[in-house]
Design a binder for this molecule. Structure first.
Ligand SMILES: *Cc1c(COP(=O)(O)O)cnc(C)c1O
Length: 417
């Protein structure tokens, strides 16, 4: 069989990047509304079989109100886990069961706010029961976060290392928690786990689903409480590298359905609901960091300095993550130069690429860094007095709109006392 050529990373035509850079000063992240909407629809179709399916977009991936509006208009909820994310949700018109509040070493006051908003609480630890009791009280429906420990294996592949993860409760703790919660008035429960990150293994969701479905069924029988939903959370990955294949979310949805029927029998509207909290999969491929080459330096290696730095996109500096890069107007040119593409921080890890084959770059060229729509600007920081960049939304009708301005020195100094 012939090898399939590598899939190009999802991209917009170069004239879009040129038009954006003519309108807004670089650097900025450009997000594609049409792409985000298509991901939402794909996910909804993949899980259309499931009772009361809902995606709760993980706010931390792209916390911009104009983007959250897109999710609201598609009837998605939000997954929040901090005071500011709750405020974002509230201002965006999300309330009650539109919000999943994933606790983890929470400042107790944040429970109070989540309870006031009637968000669904996803309890991370046994001790959180007491905290919740004294900060807003115990709701009738609650979600519990599970940590199976050890390694998550599917076939021979290791998909995650839950034993190393700070989240969730052990199996015996879940039983204990449910007993306590029932005595405190809980009427039904959901179950949640996030055991992998950026998984492009199509077995991840089905494997997790089997674990949570059987555990939910068993716990429900044990505690005498109905299981109202299973929260498969996030972790579904995207192809950052051109040779990686995108996840087929429809095939994943069908595989989860098969497991559902094995555990719960034929799907019925009264069966446990399914929800997801995808972040990366929903917005990751539909964002690009648009930056300009401002400097070239040749010493022991060739360096291209750009006007963005890790303050706008930290993943490469933080985890050595690969982000695809192309040079506007030079997509068809041979990648016959080897560059490190760097920002201006006084930190040698401030690079967007190491030893990357690219066409010859001239100062002034527009450089597009791909797949920055999730965990991109949101992870930015101000180290070295470098400020976070702007965000632009390419709307479905073609209009380009500034949805976050770049930070200014006034912002940088605004917190000083
Ligand atoms: C980060 C996170 C997600 C989203 O993860 P992705 O890998 O972006 O899909 C979902 N739920 C919780 C609780 C998270 O912390």
């Amino acid at each position: 069989m012939k090898e399939e050529p590598p899939m190009p990373n999802f991209s917009l035509p170069d004239d879009v990047f040129l038009r954006a850079a003519d309108t807004f000063p670089t650097p900025f992240h450009l997000y594609d509304e049409a792409g985000i909407r298509s991901a939402i629809r794909d996910v909804k179709e993949a899980f259309a079989w499931a009772p009361a399916f809902r995606e709760y977009f993980a706010v931390k991936a792209l916390p911009n109100p104009r983007v959250l509006e897109i999710f609201r208009s598609e009837n998605c909820g939000l997954d929040c886990s901090s005071l500011c994310e709750l405020i974002l949700a509230k201002r965006g018109g999300f309330s009650g069961k539109d919000i999943m509040f994933s606790a983890n070493a929470m400042p107790p006051g944040e429970y109070t706010m989540a309870r006031e908003m009637e968000a669904v609480i996803n309890l991370d630890d046994l001790t959180d029961i007491e905290t919740l009791l004294s900060h807003g009280g115990i709701p009738e429906e609650i979600c519990l976060r599970f940590n199976p420990g050890g390694e998550l294996k599917g076939g021979s592949a290791i998909m995650g290392q839950p034993g190393e993860s700070k989240y969730g409760m052990t199996r015996p703790q879940l039983s204990q928690a449910l007993g306590k919660l029932k005595a405190l008035g809980v009427k039904r429960f959901g179950l949640h786990a996030l055991l992998a990150s950026n998984s492009i293994d199509r077995e991840y969701y089905p494997t997790l689903a089997r674990l949570l479905f059987t555990l939910g069924r068993d716990l429900s029988g044990e505690a005498g409480l109905p299981l109202s939903f299973i929260n498969l959370s996030g972790g579904i990955g995207i192809p950052y590298r051109p040779e990686e294949k995108p996840n087929d979310i429809r095939a994943i949805g069908s595989a989860v359905k098969k497991v559902y029927e094995e555990v719960f029998g034929p799907v019925s509207p009264s069966g446990p609901a399914i929800c997801t909290e995808m972040g990366r999969f929903m917005t990751g491929p539909y964002g690009w960091l648009v930056t300009r080459a401002v400097h070239e330096k040749k010493i022991y290696k060739d360096y291209i300095g750009v006007d963005a730095c890790a303050s706008c996109l930290m993943r490469p500096a933080m985890y050595g993550a690969y982000h695809h890069i192309h040079v506007v107007g030079k997509r068809d040119k041979a990648p016959d130069h080897i560059y490190d593409v760097t920002g201006a921080l006084c930190e040698n890890n401030d690079k967007f690429a190491w030893d990357r084959p690219l066409p010859e770059i001239a100062v002034g060229d527009l450089i597009v860094i791909h797949d920055t729509g999730a965990h991109g600007l949101a992870m930015g920081y101000q180290y070295n007095g470098r400020l976070r960049c702007a965000e632009v939304l390419l709307k479905a009708d073609g209009e380009m709109r500034l949805i976050r301005r770049a930070e200014t020195p006034e912002d940088y100094f605004s917190t000083l006392v």
